[in-house]
Design a protein around this ligand. Structure first.
Ligand code: GLA
Length: 527
Protein backbone atom coordinates (compact mmCIF):
# COMPACT_ATOMS: atom_id res chain seq x y z
CA UNK A 1 0.00 0.00 0.00
CA UNK A 2 1.25 3.41 -0.89
CA UNK A 3 -1.00 5.31 1.50
CA UNK A 4 -0.35 8.99 1.45
CA UNK A 5 3.00 8.71 -0.29
CA UNK A 6 1.72 10.20 -3.48
CA UNK A 7 3.87 9.73 -6.53
CA UNK A 8 2.70 12.81 -8.39
CA UNK A 9 -0.17 15.16 -8.16
CA UNK A 10 -1.40 16.41 -11.50
CA UNK A 11 -4.06 18.84 -12.62
CA UNK A 12 -3.71 21.36 -9.86
CA UNK A 13 -5.43 24.03 -11.91
CA UNK A 14 -8.57 23.79 -9.84
CA UNK A 15 -10.43 26.93 -9.04
CA UNK A 16 -13.11 27.80 -6.53
CA UNK A 17 -15.54 27.87 -9.44
CA UNK A 18 -14.84 24.25 -10.30
CA UNK A 19 -15.13 23.44 -6.65
CA UNK A 20 -18.60 24.82 -6.38
CA UNK A 21 -19.60 23.00 -9.57
CA UNK A 22 -19.24 19.76 -7.72
CA UNK A 23 -20.49 20.01 -4.17
CA UNK A 24 -20.64 22.48 -1.35
CA UNK A 25 -18.60 21.45 1.66
CA UNK A 26 -17.68 22.64 5.05
CA UNK A 27 -13.98 22.90 5.71
CA UNK A 28 -14.26 22.10 9.39
CA UNK A 29 -14.09 18.36 9.93
CA UNK A 30 -16.92 16.63 11.71
CA UNK A 31 -16.31 15.66 15.29
CA UNK A 32 -15.25 12.11 15.61
CA UNK A 33 -17.50 9.94 17.64
CA UNK A 34 -15.09 8.13 19.85
CA UNK A 35 -17.62 5.89 21.47
CA UNK A 36 -18.34 3.47 18.67
CA UNK A 37 -17.53 -0.14 19.37
CA UNK A 38 -16.90 -2.76 16.80
CA UNK A 39 -17.84 -6.28 17.58
CA UNK A 40 -15.53 -8.19 15.35
CA UNK A 41 -15.40 -11.49 17.11
CA UNK A 42 -17.48 -14.53 17.58
CA UNK A 43 -19.54 -15.11 20.64
CA UNK A 44 -19.13 -18.81 20.78
CA UNK A 45 -17.93 -20.83 23.69
CA UNK A 46 -19.49 -21.04 27.11
CA UNK A 47 -18.16 -24.04 28.93
CA UNK A 48 -21.15 -24.06 31.25
CA UNK A 49 -23.44 -25.29 28.50
CA UNK A 50 -23.00 -28.99 27.91
CA UNK A 51 -24.19 -28.73 24.31
CA UNK A 52 -20.99 -26.84 23.50
CA UNK A 53 -18.29 -28.72 25.22
CA UNK A 54 -16.50 -29.90 22.14
CA UNK A 55 -14.06 -27.53 20.52
CA UNK A 56 -15.26 -28.67 17.13
CA UNK A 57 -18.76 -27.48 17.90
CA UNK A 58 -17.55 -24.13 19.23
CA UNK A 59 -15.52 -23.53 16.09
CA UNK A 60 -18.35 -24.38 13.77
CA UNK A 61 -20.86 -22.02 15.33
CA UNK A 62 -18.30 -19.22 15.51
CA UNK A 63 -17.50 -19.41 11.84
CA UNK A 64 -21.20 -19.28 10.97
CA UNK A 65 -21.83 -15.89 12.54
CA UNK A 66 -21.37 -12.46 11.04
CA UNK A 67 -20.62 -10.31 14.05
CA UNK A 68 -19.13 -7.34 12.25
CA UNK A 69 -21.46 -4.73 13.68
CA UNK A 70 -21.09 -1.56 15.67
CA UNK A 71 -22.72 -0.27 18.80
CA UNK A 72 -21.88 2.49 21.21
CA UNK A 73 -20.59 1.37 24.56
CA UNK A 74 -22.50 3.26 27.22
CA UNK A 75 -24.93 4.52 24.57
CA UNK A 76 -28.66 4.57 25.21
CA UNK A 77 -29.92 2.98 22.01
CA UNK A 78 -31.53 -0.45 22.18
CA UNK A 79 -28.63 -1.80 20.08
CA UNK A 80 -26.15 -0.41 22.59
CA UNK A 81 -27.61 -2.41 25.44
CA UNK A 82 -27.82 -5.53 23.30
CA UNK A 83 -24.48 -4.99 21.49
CA UNK A 84 -22.42 -7.22 23.79
CA UNK A 85 -24.89 -10.04 23.15
CA UNK A 86 -25.99 -9.81 19.53
CA UNK A 87 -26.82 -7.56 16.59
CA UNK A 88 -30.27 -5.96 16.92
CA UNK A 89 -32.57 -5.33 13.99
CA UNK A 90 -36.02 -4.22 12.93
CA UNK A 91 -38.05 -4.68 9.77
CA UNK A 92 -39.05 -1.53 7.91
CA UNK A 93 -41.01 -0.57 4.82
CA UNK A 94 -39.92 1.67 1.98
CA UNK A 95 -42.62 4.09 3.08
CA UNK A 96 -41.46 4.26 6.68
CA UNK A 97 -37.81 4.75 5.82
CA UNK A 98 -38.60 8.12 4.25
CA UNK A 99 -39.83 9.53 7.55
CA UNK A 100 -37.22 11.46 9.52
CA UNK A 101 -38.57 10.23 12.84
CA UNK A 102 -38.17 6.61 11.68
CA UNK A 103 -34.67 7.26 10.34
CA UNK A 104 -33.47 8.78 13.60
CA UNK A 105 -35.15 6.01 15.59
CA UNK A 106 -33.49 3.29 13.51
CA UNK A 107 -30.05 4.90 13.57
CA UNK A 108 -30.22 5.15 17.33
CA UNK A 109 -31.62 1.73 18.11
CA UNK A 110 -30.62 -0.81 15.44
CA UNK A 111 -27.59 -2.13 13.62
CA UNK A 112 -29.56 -4.39 11.29
CA UNK A 113 -32.49 -3.82 8.95
CA UNK A 114 -34.81 -6.28 7.22
CA UNK A 115 -37.04 -5.12 4.36
CA UNK A 116 -40.61 -5.89 5.32
CA UNK A 117 -41.75 -6.75 1.77
CA UNK A 118 -39.29 -5.07 -0.55
CA UNK A 119 -36.90 -8.00 -1.00
CA UNK A 120 -39.51 -10.71 -1.26
CA UNK A 121 -39.67 -12.54 -4.60
CA UNK A 122 -42.70 -10.62 -5.88
CA UNK A 123 -40.85 -7.36 -5.21
CA UNK A 124 -37.51 -8.25 -6.78
CA UNK A 125 -38.53 -10.42 -9.75
CA UNK A 126 -38.95 -8.09 -12.72
CA UNK A 127 -39.53 -10.76 -15.34
CA UNK A 128 -38.62 -14.25 -16.53
CA UNK A 129 -36.96 -15.05 -19.82
CA UNK A 130 -36.45 -18.75 -20.46
CA UNK A 131 -33.93 -19.83 -17.82
CA UNK A 132 -33.18 -16.25 -16.79
CA UNK A 133 -34.82 -14.24 -14.01
CA UNK A 134 -34.54 -10.45 -14.19
CA UNK A 135 -34.06 -8.77 -10.87
CA UNK A 136 -34.92 -5.21 -9.91
CA UNK A 137 -34.12 -3.80 -6.48
CA UNK A 138 -36.12 -0.63 -7.05
CA UNK A 139 -38.67 -1.37 -4.32
CA UNK A 140 -35.92 -1.91 -1.79
CA UNK A 141 -33.74 0.95 -2.99
CA UNK A 142 -34.64 3.57 -0.37
CA UNK A 143 -34.11 1.10 2.47
CA UNK A 144 -30.87 -0.31 1.09
CA UNK A 145 -29.47 3.18 0.40
CA UNK A 146 -30.34 4.24 3.92
CA UNK A 147 -28.64 1.15 5.34
CA UNK A 148 -25.60 1.58 3.12
CA UNK A 149 -25.25 5.26 3.92
CA UNK A 150 -25.55 4.73 7.66
CA UNK A 151 -23.37 1.63 7.90
CA UNK A 152 -26.29 -0.54 9.02
CA UNK A 153 -26.21 -4.20 7.95
CA UNK A 154 -29.12 -5.82 6.12
CA UNK A 155 -30.71 -9.23 6.63
CA UNK A 156 -32.06 -10.37 3.25
CA UNK A 157 -35.60 -11.76 3.22
CA UNK A 158 -36.19 -14.01 1.20
CA UNK A 159 -35.63 -16.22 -1.89
CA UNK A 160 -37.65 -19.44 -1.68
CA UNK A 161 -41.14 -18.94 -0.27
CA UNK A 162 -44.53 -20.41 -1.08
CA UNK A 163 -46.10 -16.96 -0.71
CA UNK A 164 -45.57 -13.54 -2.35
CA UNK A 165 -43.89 -15.15 -5.34
CA UNK A 166 -45.22 -14.61 -8.88
CA UNK A 167 -46.71 -17.78 -10.36
CA UNK A 168 -45.04 -17.01 -13.70
CA UNK A 169 -41.71 -17.84 -12.05
CA UNK A 170 -42.81 -21.49 -12.12
CA UNK A 171 -44.52 -21.54 -15.51
CA UNK A 172 -44.20 -21.21 -19.27
CA UNK A 173 -47.47 -20.48 -21.05
CA UNK A 174 -49.38 -21.32 -17.83
CA UNK A 175 -47.81 -24.80 -17.68
CA UNK A 176 -45.46 -25.71 -14.85
CA UNK A 177 -41.85 -25.92 -16.05
CA UNK A 178 -39.49 -28.88 -15.62
CA UNK A 179 -37.27 -29.28 -12.56
CA UNK A 180 -34.25 -28.62 -14.79
CA UNK A 181 -35.60 -25.26 -15.95
CA UNK A 182 -36.71 -24.36 -12.42
CA UNK A 183 -33.22 -25.10 -11.07
CA UNK A 184 -31.82 -22.69 -13.63
CA UNK A 185 -34.37 -20.01 -12.74
CA UNK A 186 -33.63 -20.48 -9.06
CA UNK A 187 -29.92 -20.11 -9.70
CA UNK A 188 -30.50 -17.07 -11.89
CA UNK A 189 -32.73 -15.37 -9.30
CA UNK A 190 -30.14 -15.82 -6.55
CA UNK A 191 -27.15 -14.98 -8.74
CA UNK A 192 -28.72 -11.83 -10.18
CA UNK A 193 -29.94 -10.59 -6.80
CA UNK A 194 -26.47 -10.73 -5.29
CA UNK A 195 -24.97 -9.21 -8.39
CA UNK A 196 -27.45 -6.28 -8.29
CA UNK A 197 -26.83 -5.81 -4.57
CA UNK A 198 -23.09 -5.73 -5.18
CA UNK A 199 -23.18 -3.33 -8.09
CA UNK A 200 -25.87 -0.94 -6.86
CA UNK A 201 -24.89 -0.89 -3.18
CA UNK A 202 -21.16 -1.58 -3.13
CA UNK A 203 -20.74 -0.49 0.46
CA UNK A 204 -23.76 -2.27 1.85
CA UNK A 205 -23.19 -5.15 4.23
CA UNK A 206 -25.77 -7.89 3.65
CA UNK A 207 -24.78 -9.81 6.74
CA UNK A 208 -27.25 -12.65 6.28
CA UNK A 209 -30.09 -13.99 4.14
CA UNK A 210 -33.21 -16.12 4.62
CA UNK A 211 -32.60 -18.51 1.75
CA UNK A 212 -35.82 -20.47 2.38
CA UNK A 213 -38.82 -19.28 4.36
CA UNK A 214 -41.78 -21.24 5.73
CA UNK A 215 -41.20 -24.55 3.94
CA UNK A 216 -43.32 -26.56 6.34
CA UNK A 217 -46.98 -26.92 7.16
CA UNK A 218 -47.98 -25.62 10.50
CA UNK A 219 -47.79 -28.28 13.15
CA UNK A 220 -45.49 -30.90 11.81
CA UNK A 221 -46.07 -33.27 8.92
CA UNK A 222 -43.33 -32.03 6.69
CA UNK A 223 -43.16 -29.80 3.68
CA UNK A 224 -46.05 -27.90 2.17
CA UNK A 225 -48.07 -29.99 -0.29
CA UNK A 226 -48.73 -29.17 -3.94
CA UNK A 227 -51.99 -27.48 -3.01
CA UNK A 228 -50.10 -24.86 -1.02
CA UNK A 229 -46.83 -24.40 -2.86
CA UNK A 230 -45.76 -23.87 -6.44
CA UNK A 231 -42.35 -25.27 -5.46
CA UNK A 232 -44.02 -28.60 -4.64
CA UNK A 233 -45.94 -28.43 -7.93
CA UNK A 234 -42.68 -28.31 -9.89
CA UNK A 235 -40.50 -30.62 -7.78
CA UNK A 236 -43.13 -33.00 -6.40
CA UNK A 237 -44.46 -33.28 -2.87
CA UNK A 238 -41.86 -33.88 -0.20
CA UNK A 239 -38.97 -33.31 -2.61
CA UNK A 240 -36.38 -31.05 -1.02
CA UNK A 241 -34.13 -30.77 -4.08
CA UNK A 242 -34.97 -27.09 -4.55
CA UNK A 243 -34.14 -26.35 -0.92
CA UNK A 244 -30.69 -27.87 -1.13
CA UNK A 245 -30.13 -26.20 -4.51
CA UNK A 246 -31.22 -22.81 -3.20
CA UNK A 247 -28.65 -23.03 -0.40
CA UNK A 248 -26.01 -24.30 -2.81
CA UNK A 249 -26.57 -21.38 -5.19
CA UNK A 250 -26.74 -18.87 -2.35
CA UNK A 251 -23.42 -20.11 -1.03
CA UNK A 252 -21.93 -19.79 -4.49
CA UNK A 253 -23.12 -16.25 -5.21
CA UNK A 254 -23.47 -14.57 -1.79
CA UNK A 255 -20.59 -12.51 -0.44
CA UNK A 256 -18.37 -14.57 1.84
CA UNK A 257 -19.55 -12.83 5.00
CA UNK A 258 -23.26 -13.19 4.17
CA UNK A 259 -24.59 -16.03 6.33
CA UNK A 260 -27.40 -18.27 5.11
CA UNK A 261 -30.55 -19.22 7.06
CA UNK A 262 -33.51 -21.57 6.97
CA UNK A 263 -36.40 -19.73 8.56
CA UNK A 264 -39.92 -20.57 9.73
CA UNK A 265 -42.71 -19.60 12.12
CA UNK A 266 -44.08 -21.72 14.99
CA UNK A 267 -40.51 -22.96 15.09
CA UNK A 268 -40.71 -23.33 18.87
CA UNK A 269 -43.50 -25.94 18.54
CA UNK A 270 -41.87 -29.33 18.82
CA UNK A 271 -43.07 -30.81 15.51
CA UNK A 272 -41.98 -27.76 13.54
CA UNK A 273 -38.67 -27.75 15.44
CA UNK A 274 -38.14 -31.35 14.31
CA UNK A 275 -39.00 -30.52 10.69
CA UNK A 276 -36.49 -27.68 10.66
CA UNK A 277 -33.79 -29.82 12.23
CA UNK A 278 -34.35 -32.64 9.75
CA UNK A 279 -34.12 -30.24 6.82
CA UNK A 280 -31.02 -28.51 8.20
CA UNK A 281 -29.33 -31.90 8.55
CA UNK A 282 -30.29 -32.80 4.99
CA UNK A 283 -28.70 -29.57 3.72
CA UNK A 284 -25.61 -30.07 5.88
CA UNK A 285 -25.18 -33.57 4.48
CA UNK A 286 -24.98 -32.16 0.95
CA UNK A 287 -22.21 -29.69 1.73
CA UNK A 288 -21.29 -26.57 3.66
CA UNK A 289 -24.28 -24.53 2.56
CA UNK A 290 -26.25 -23.50 5.63
CA UNK A 291 -25.19 -21.27 8.53
CA UNK A 292 -28.21 -21.11 10.73
CA UNK A 293 -31.84 -21.40 11.68
CA UNK A 294 -34.09 -18.34 11.54
CA UNK A 295 -36.66 -18.42 14.31
CA UNK A 296 -39.36 -15.98 13.24
CA UNK A 297 -40.70 -15.86 16.80
CA UNK A 298 -44.21 -14.57 16.23
CA UNK A 299 -45.36 -15.21 19.78
CA UNK A 300 -48.57 -14.86 21.71
CA UNK A 301 -48.67 -13.68 25.30
CA UNK A 302 -49.78 -16.37 27.75
CA UNK A 303 -49.50 -19.06 25.11
CA UNK A 304 -45.98 -19.44 23.84
CA UNK A 305 -43.82 -19.74 26.92
CA UNK A 306 -40.21 -18.65 27.23
CA UNK A 307 -39.24 -22.14 28.37
CA UNK A 308 -40.79 -23.71 25.26
CA UNK A 309 -38.84 -21.18 23.21
CA UNK A 310 -35.62 -22.02 25.06
CA UNK A 311 -36.14 -25.75 24.50
CA UNK A 312 -36.27 -25.13 20.75
CA UNK A 313 -33.15 -22.92 20.91
CA UNK A 314 -31.24 -25.70 22.66
CA UNK A 315 -32.26 -28.18 19.98
CA UNK A 316 -31.15 -25.84 17.20
CA UNK A 317 -27.90 -25.15 19.04
CA UNK A 318 -27.15 -28.85 19.06
CA UNK A 319 -26.93 -28.70 15.26
CA UNK A 320 -23.76 -26.63 15.58
CA UNK A 321 -25.39 -23.86 13.54
CA UNK A 322 -26.05 -20.23 14.41
CA UNK A 323 -29.51 -19.00 15.34
CA UNK A 324 -31.18 -15.72 14.45
CA UNK A 325 -34.48 -14.52 15.85
CA UNK A 326 -35.77 -12.93 12.69
CA UNK A 327 -39.28 -11.48 13.15
CA UNK A 328 -39.88 -11.20 16.88
CA UNK A 329 -43.26 -9.84 17.93
CA UNK A 330 -45.82 -10.75 20.54
CA UNK A 331 -49.57 -10.66 20.08
CA UNK A 332 -51.61 -9.19 22.90
CA UNK A 333 -54.71 -11.18 21.90
CA UNK A 334 -54.56 -13.23 25.09
CA UNK A 335 -53.28 -10.56 27.44
CA UNK A 336 -50.50 -8.05 27.98
CA UNK A 337 -47.10 -8.66 26.42
CA UNK A 338 -45.08 -6.96 29.16
CA UNK A 339 -43.86 -10.15 30.79
CA UNK A 340 -43.10 -12.36 27.83
CA UNK A 341 -40.87 -9.81 26.05
CA UNK A 342 -38.29 -9.58 28.85
CA UNK A 343 -38.49 -13.36 29.31
CA UNK A 344 -37.75 -13.99 25.63
CA UNK A 345 -34.88 -11.48 25.67
CA UNK A 346 -33.54 -13.15 28.80
CA UNK A 347 -33.46 -16.50 27.02
CA UNK A 348 -31.83 -14.96 23.93
CA UNK A 349 -29.21 -13.14 25.99
CA UNK A 350 -28.39 -16.31 27.92
CA UNK A 351 -27.85 -18.13 24.65
CA UNK A 352 -26.14 -15.19 22.97
CA UNK A 353 -23.03 -17.14 22.08
CA UNK A 354 -25.11 -18.96 19.48
CA UNK A 355 -27.46 -16.14 18.50
CA UNK A 356 -25.94 -13.58 16.17
CA UNK A 357 -28.95 -11.33 15.60
CA UNK A 358 -32.39 -10.57 17.04
CA UNK A 359 -34.78 -8.69 14.76
CA UNK A 360 -38.12 -7.16 15.76
CA UNK A 361 -40.86 -7.63 13.16
CA UNK A 362 -41.39 -3.88 12.94
CA UNK A 363 -40.20 -0.68 14.56
CA UNK A 364 -43.15 0.56 16.55
CA UNK A 365 -46.75 -0.57 17.22
CA UNK A 366 -48.13 1.72 14.53
CA UNK A 367 -46.14 0.32 11.59
CA UNK A 368 -47.92 -2.47 9.77
CA UNK A 369 -46.58 -5.98 9.39
CA UNK A 370 -49.10 -8.56 10.41
CA UNK A 371 -52.67 -7.74 9.59
CA UNK A 372 -54.21 -8.38 13.01
CA UNK A 373 -54.28 -5.49 15.44
CA UNK A 374 -52.82 -7.29 18.39
CA UNK A 375 -49.12 -7.20 17.60
CA UNK A 376 -47.23 -5.19 20.16
CA UNK A 377 -43.63 -4.00 20.05
CA UNK A 378 -41.46 -2.53 22.81
CA UNK A 379 -42.12 0.89 21.22
CA UNK A 380 -45.26 2.90 20.50
CA UNK A 381 -45.02 6.04 18.39
CA UNK A 382 -41.27 5.42 18.44
CA UNK A 383 -41.21 5.86 22.23
CA UNK A 384 -40.18 3.07 24.60
CA UNK A 385 -42.86 1.40 26.68
CA UNK A 386 -42.36 0.51 30.33
CA UNK A 387 -41.37 -3.08 29.66
CA UNK A 388 -38.60 -1.89 27.32
CA UNK A 389 -36.79 -0.82 30.48
CA UNK A 390 -37.23 -4.35 31.86
CA UNK A 391 -35.55 -5.66 28.73
CA UNK A 392 -32.54 -3.36 28.84
CA UNK A 393 -32.18 -3.90 32.60
CA UNK A 394 -31.32 -7.51 31.77
CA UNK A 395 -27.96 -6.27 30.57
CA UNK A 396 -27.02 -5.62 34.20
CA UNK A 397 -28.05 -9.13 35.15
CA UNK A 398 -26.88 -11.45 32.40
CA UNK A 399 -23.23 -11.84 31.54
CA UNK A 400 -22.54 -11.39 27.84
CA UNK A 401 -20.38 -14.01 26.12
CA UNK A 402 -16.85 -13.58 27.44
CA UNK A 403 -15.17 -10.60 25.85
CA UNK A 404 -11.79 -8.99 26.00
CA UNK A 405 -11.57 -5.30 25.33
CA UNK A 406 -8.48 -3.72 23.86
CA UNK A 407 -8.09 0.04 24.07
CA UNK A 408 -5.96 1.67 21.41
CA UNK A 409 -4.99 5.28 21.88
CA UNK A 410 -4.45 7.09 18.59
CA UNK A 411 -3.10 10.62 18.48
CA UNK A 412 -3.32 12.56 15.23
CA UNK A 413 -1.54 15.88 14.86
CA UNK A 414 -2.75 18.15 12.09
CA UNK A 415 -0.72 20.92 10.45
CA UNK A 416 -2.61 23.57 12.39
CA UNK A 417 -1.16 21.98 15.53
CA UNK A 418 -4.56 20.83 16.72
CA UNK A 419 -4.29 17.51 18.46
CA UNK A 420 -7.15 15.09 18.23
CA UNK A 421 -7.15 12.12 20.53
CA UNK A 422 -9.29 9.19 19.67
CA UNK A 423 -9.83 6.41 22.11
CA UNK A 424 -11.05 3.41 20.20
CA UNK A 425 -12.06 0.18 21.83
CA UNK A 426 -12.32 -3.03 19.91
CA UNK A 427 -14.44 -5.68 21.49
CA UNK A 428 -13.58 -9.24 20.67
CA UNK A 429 -14.77 -12.46 22.11
CA UNK A 430 -12.31 -14.71 23.80
CA UNK A 431 -13.36 -17.88 22.00
CA UNK A 432 -12.59 -16.40 18.62
CA UNK A 433 -9.43 -16.81 16.68
CA UNK A 434 -10.01 -13.46 14.94
CA UNK A 435 -7.50 -10.81 15.98
CA UNK A 436 -8.86 -7.39 16.98
CA UNK A 437 -9.35 -5.32 13.86
CA UNK A 438 -7.66 -1.95 13.63
CA UNK A 439 -10.07 -0.26 11.26
CA UNK A 440 -7.58 2.37 10.14
CA UNK A 441 -5.01 -0.26 9.30
CA UNK A 442 -7.60 -2.43 7.62
CA UNK A 443 -8.84 0.40 5.39
CA UNK A 444 -5.30 1.57 4.60
CA UNK A 445 -4.38 -1.94 3.54
CA UNK A 446 -7.15 -1.96 0.95
CA UNK A 447 -6.08 1.32 -0.65
CA UNK A 448 -3.42 1.79 -3.33
CA UNK A 449 -3.45 5.63 -3.26
CA UNK A 450 -5.99 7.52 -1.19
CA UNK A 451 -7.98 9.73 -3.56
CA UNK A 452 -7.03 7.88 -6.73
CA UNK A 453 -10.60 6.98 -7.70
CA UNK A 454 -9.79 6.15 -11.32
CA UNK A 455 -6.66 4.17 -10.40
CA UNK A 456 -4.30 6.03 -12.73
CA UNK A 457 -1.70 6.55 -10.00
CA UNK A 458 -2.50 10.28 -9.79
CA UNK A 459 -4.77 12.42 -7.73
CA UNK A 460 -6.39 15.06 -9.86
CA UNK A 461 -9.74 16.52 -10.89
CA UNK A 462 -10.59 13.47 -12.96
CA UNK A 463 -10.91 11.55 -9.69
CA UNK A 464 -13.57 13.94 -8.44
CA UNK A 465 -15.36 13.75 -11.79
CA UNK A 466 -15.58 9.96 -11.81
CA UNK A 467 -16.87 9.96 -8.24
CA UNK A 468 -19.63 12.40 -9.14
CA UNK A 469 -20.45 10.48 -12.32
CA UNK A 470 -20.62 7.17 -10.48
CA UNK A 471 -23.04 8.68 -7.99
CA UNK A 472 -25.18 10.40 -10.61
CA UNK A 473 -25.37 7.51 -13.06
CA UNK A 474 -24.22 4.26 -11.45
CA UNK A 475 -25.39 2.14 -14.38
CA UNK A 476 -23.10 3.96 -16.76
CA UNK A 477 -20.15 4.94 -14.60
CA UNK A 478 -18.82 2.50 -12.08
CA UNK A 479 -15.86 2.75 -9.74
CA UNK A 480 -13.76 -0.40 -9.67
CA UNK A 481 -13.43 -2.12 -6.30
CA UNK A 482 -9.96 -0.61 -5.92
CA UNK A 483 -11.21 2.79 -7.10
CA UNK A 484 -14.03 2.73 -4.55
CA UNK A 485 -11.60 1.88 -1.76
CA UNK A 486 -9.28 4.70 -2.84
CA UNK A 487 -12.09 7.20 -3.24
CA UNK A 488 -13.60 6.79 0.21
CA UNK A 489 -11.66 9.75 1.57
CA UNK A 490 -14.11 11.97 3.43
CA UNK A 491 -14.95 9.63 6.27
CA UNK A 492 -13.05 6.51 5.32
CA UNK A 493 -15.13 3.42 5.86
CA UNK A 494 -18.50 5.06 5.26
CA UNK A 495 -18.61 4.59 1.50
CA UNK A 496 -18.76 6.89 -1.48
CA UNK A 497 -20.67 10.16 -1.22
CA UNK A 498 -20.32 13.58 -2.80
CA UNK A 499 -18.23 14.55 0.23
CA UNK A 500 -15.43 12.34 -1.10
CA UNK A 501 -15.21 14.42 -4.27
CA UNK A 502 -15.16 17.56 -2.11
CA UNK A 503 -12.36 16.15 0.06
CA UNK A 504 -10.21 15.48 -2.99
CA UNK A 505 -10.77 19.04 -4.16
CA UNK A 506 -9.85 20.39 -0.75
CA UNK A 507 -6.71 18.32 -0.93
CA UNK A 508 -5.86 19.61 -4.41
CA UNK A 509 -6.40 23.18 -3.22
CA UNK A 510 -4.17 22.62 -0.24
CA UNK A 511 -7.01 23.17 2.25
CA UNK A 512 -6.29 19.79 3.76
CA UNK A 513 -2.83 18.30 3.76
CA UNK A 514 -3.52 14.61 3.44
CA UNK A 515 -6.12 12.04 2.53
CA UNK A 516 -8.28 10.53 3.85
CA UNK A 517 -9.78 13.58 5.50
CA UNK A 518 -10.93 11.40 8.41
CA UNK A 519 -11.72 7.84 9.35
CA UNK A 520 -15.25 6.96 10.35
CA UNK A 521 -15.65 5.73 13.88
CA UNK A 522 -18.93 4.11 12.90
CA UNK A 523 -17.68 1.62 10.39
CA UNK A 524 -18.37 -2.05 9.96
CA UNK A 525 -15.41 -3.67 8.36
CA UNK A 526 -14.96 -7.12 6.98
CA UNK A 527 -11.59 -8.68 6.62
C1 GLA B 1 -44.07 -14.11 7.50
C2 GLA B 1 -43.04 -13.51 6.58
C3 GLA B 1 -42.93 -12.03 6.84
C4 GLA B 1 -44.28 -11.34 6.85
C5 GLA B 1 -45.20 -12.03 7.80
C6 GLA B 1 -46.59 -11.41 7.73
O1 GLA B 1 -43.64 -14.10 8.80
O2 GLA B 1 -41.79 -14.12 6.72
O3 GLA B 1 -42.10 -11.48 5.85
O4 GLA B 1 -44.82 -11.39 5.57
O5 GLA B 1 -45.29 -13.42 7.45
O6 GLA B 1 -47.40 -11.98 8.71
Amino acid sequence: MIGNTIKKVLGLTVSAAILSFCVPFSVSADDKNDKSYINSGSNAGDESDTAYETADCIGRVASRQNLNYTYEKGGDGFKDYMGPYFRLGAAVTGYEINKTVAQEFIKKNYNSITCMNEMKPDSIIAGVNGDEVDISLNSAKAILKFAEHNGIGVHGHTFVWYSQTPSYLFQDNHEYVSKERMNKRLESMIKNTFSELRSQFPNLQVHSYDVCNELFINDGGGMRPESGSNWAKVYGEGNSEFVVNAFKYAREYAPEDCKLYLSDYNEYMSKKTDDLIDMAKKIMKEGDYIDGIGMQAHLISRYSSASEFETAIKQFEALGLDIQITELDISSSTGPVDELYPQIFEVAMKHAKNISCVTLSRTTDESVWRTDDYIRLPFSNYQPKNFYYDIIALADKIDPPTVTTTNTLTTTTTTTTTTTTTNTATTTVSATTTAPVDIKELLDSKVSIWGDANCDDNIDMSDTVIIMQSLANPNKYKLTEQGAANADVYEAGVGITTNDAASIQKYLLGIIKSLPESYSSNVTASK
